[in-house]
Structure formats: C-alpha cells, structure tokens
Design a protein around this ligand. Structure first.
Ligand SMILES: Nc1ncnc2c1ncn2[C@@H]1O[C@H](COP(=O)(O)OP(=O)(O)OP(=O)(O)O)[C@@H](O)[C@H]1O
Ligand SMILES: [Mg+2]
Length: 361
C-alpha cells in the first residue's frame, strides 16, 4: 500500500526524514540496540536545531526534565510507565519514544479487560499444533516476544485495564528478561535494547490496580496537563495543523484567537476558576483534556471548510465545546449554563461565542 493512502502513518514513517538526519549528526554513544543516542532521542521529542541547520519539530511540549528521565530510564534495565490523566500525550510520547529508540513503534499490546495471556506471552497456531505437535513453527509470537527477540521497545497501552493475572506475567519478563516456553522446553532471552514502555490512566486507577511487585519494576513518569494557556494553545495549534493537512481539509486557517478561546474555556472549567481569578466555577464530569480541545477545533475546521465561509468562527466550535462539556445531560448542563451566564456573557469580545452557544445549548 502506498504511504499516501495510509490514514495515519506510524511515527517512524511520518518523521523518517527527521530521524535520519538526527542519526547522521549523532556522534554520541548509543546504548546497545539503540538507533540513536539518548541525547538525539530527547532532541527528537522536544525539537531543536542541528548544527547543519536541519530543524527537528517538537513532538512533546512540556518539561524537558520529564523526557530526560523517561529516556534515561529506557537506557537502564528498568521499564517505563507513563502515567497521567487522559489526553496528556502518554500514548503519543510512547509511540515517539519507541520510534526514536528502536525505529519501530508497532510492537504494541493494547490492554483491555479482555487481554489474554497470549497477547503478552505467545499463542499457538492450532492447525499446526494439532498436525505437528508443539514446535517453533506452531508458536505465535506476541509483540512482546518479538521485541525481546529483536532487542526493541515493546509498548503496552492502558496497562491497568488488563486483568491482574495477565499483568503479572510481565514480572518475569521484566526482571529475568526471559520468556520461558515450557511446551518446547526452551525460552526466549531478550536481546540488548529490549525494554517496555507502558501507559496507564490516572482516572482508571482502581480498575485493576498495579501490583506492587510490578510497580517496582517500572520507573514512573507522570505527564502533567499543560502548565500555561500559551503552552496549551501551542500544542493544539500544532496538532490541528498536522491533522488538518493529513486529512487534506480545504485550506482553513485556524485563527489562534479561536483556539485560545476554546483552550481558555476548557482550562477555566477544568480548574474551577475564571481566568481573572474572580469567579469560582463548578467543574463538569468530563476531563476536558488537550486532546479534546484538538478534536473540537478539528471538527470546527471541517464545518467551516465544508459548510461555512472557510474561516473558523464561534459557531463552528460551539457545538463541539458543548458536546465535550455536557457529558452528563443533567448535572453538566447546569454547570455549563452557569458558566455561560456568569463568565461568557460578561465578556464583550465573546458576544459571538455567547450567541452561538445559546443556539446549541
Ligand atoms: N504536552 C503535549 N505535547 C504535545 N502534544 C500533546 C500534549 N498533550 C496532549 N497532546 C496531544 O494530545 C493528543 C492526545 O494524546 P494521547 O492520545 O497521547 O493522550 P493519552 O494521554 O494517551 O490519553 P488517554 O489516557 O485518553 O489514552 C495527541 O495528539 C497529542 O499530540
Ligand atoms: Mg492513551
């Protein structure tokens, strides 16, 4: 399949040029099995300019130290756990880390309540198993087993959604770096470069608590919500532009002013305080994450491009905002109405927005 037709290329495909130029300039020591040095991986994540003038775009916007700790963890024999509320770029960072360290972000296990042990260890091709008995050829590798054999990064998404007994199969893998295959009287020993990046959601804590034995094998990095409005606006603007161009939406510039307004609404409701610090607000039940702000703007752009005059206006984002805020039709609606009347209405420059929200509320 040609790359152009793919809806969402993997990070290592999309940013192949950046990874190649980084590798070229990278004369620092690389840990065994790594494609790049820890310095270059960090530069890939946070962006920067290389001596030759090549520009690396930032993937993650946030404290540099966090990314340094994450990368340093991967260079040791410990696994990395990215923790945080929804929409704080855990999955995003994990994908880019795997792409930069191993050149492959696809060795992925998605944790769900139904994740079985085979997804973490290995399964069998039953036709072959019945015909030939257990053999190497009848074995079906899990992404984790493949990562061990190759010496790559394996990713586990939503670790705490997996049943506890499945989580615990990771313990041997992480501490002994081996995966026994008793049926074949053999084992797979991890090559150097093998490590695990897991993500877990703060809000899901308690779904399936991480056992302390497993937790001890991870270094945890907590990804925070963007610190300032400006940071969050920058994140949203950059992602919206990338998504818009990959969807080939008709050219519709997302005015920074409209993005700032959406981000402001989200931050005020999330924090329970208006930005001038004067009005206390109730917070709705939804998370109102950066990721949701990105999708509100992206849908708004599609509306403006296809049904509007090509300029993103208040009316194009109002529906999306109300949808994100009002998750619970009763209690959230009260919160939203109160916000609308006490904050939005009082801002003369938000007239258009107030009117648009009234129309869809
Ligand atoms: N600090 C940030 N820097 C760059 N991008 C960010 C940041 N925060 C959020 N994003 C963007 O938000 C989007 C969603 O992030 P992602 O899916 O990784 O969140 P998550 O933490 O895995 O959420 P969930 O818990 O719902 O799985 C991504 O497109 C990402 O680019
Ligand atoms: Mg995620």
């Amino acid at each position: 399949m040609s790359q152009d037709a793919v809806l969402r290329p993997h990070a290592e495909q999309q940013f192949a040029a950046e990874l190649a130029v980084l590798a070229e300039h990278d004369d620092r020591p690389r840990p065994p099995g790594w494609r790049l040095s820890p310095w270059a991986v960090t530069t890939y994540l946070l962006g920067g300019e290389l001596p030759g003038g090549a520009v690396i775009t930032p993937k993650y916007v946030g404290p540099r130290r966090l990314m340094e700790v994450a990368v340093a963890t991967l260079a040791t024999d410990r696994a990395l756990l990215l923790l945080g509320v929804p929409g704080t770029a855990k999955t995003w960072v994990s994908e880019h880390l795997a792409a930069a360290v191993s050149g492959d972000s696809t060795l992925l296990v998605q944790g769900t309540a139904g994740t079985a042990e085979e997804a973490v260890r290995y399964g069998w091709n039953y036709a072959r198993l019945l015909a030939e008995g257990p053999s190497e050829a009848a074995l079906v590798e899990s992404p984790l087993m493949r990562a061990m054999r190759r010496g790559s990064v394996a990713r586990i998404e939503e670790l705490t959604r997996m049943p506890s007994d499945v989580q615990d199969t990771l313990i041997t893998i992480l501490s002994e770096k081996t995966l026994p295959v008793p049926e074949l009287n053999s084992e797979v020993q991890a090559r150097r470069g093998f490590t695990v990046i897991a993500t877990a959601n703060d809000r899901d804590r308690g779904v399936n608590e991480l056992s302390s034995a497993l937790r001890r094998r991870f270094n945890t990095v907590v990804l925070p919500l963007p610190e300032s409005v400006d940071d969050e606006v920058a994140i949203v603007a950059r992602r919206v532009e990338q998504i818009g161009s990959s969807l080939e939406l008709p050219e519709t510039p997302a005015g920074l002013a409209e993005i700032r307004r959406v981000v402001t609404v989200f931050r005020e409701l999330r924090g329970g305080l208006s930005s001038d610090g004067r009005t206390k607000l109730k917070s709705p039940s939804g998370t109102l994450s950066t990721a949701e702000a990105i999708s509100v703007i992206t849908s708004g752009l599609a509306l403006a491009a296809h049904f509007g005059d090509g300029v993103l206006r208040a009316g194009d984002v109002a529906g999306g905002i109300v949808g994100a805020v009002v998750q619970d039709p009763v209690s959230d609606r009260v919160v939203w109405q109160e916000y609308l009347e006490t904050v939005v209405r009082e801002r003369p420059e938000w007239r258009d927005f107030y009117r648009a929200c009234r129309e869809v509320s």
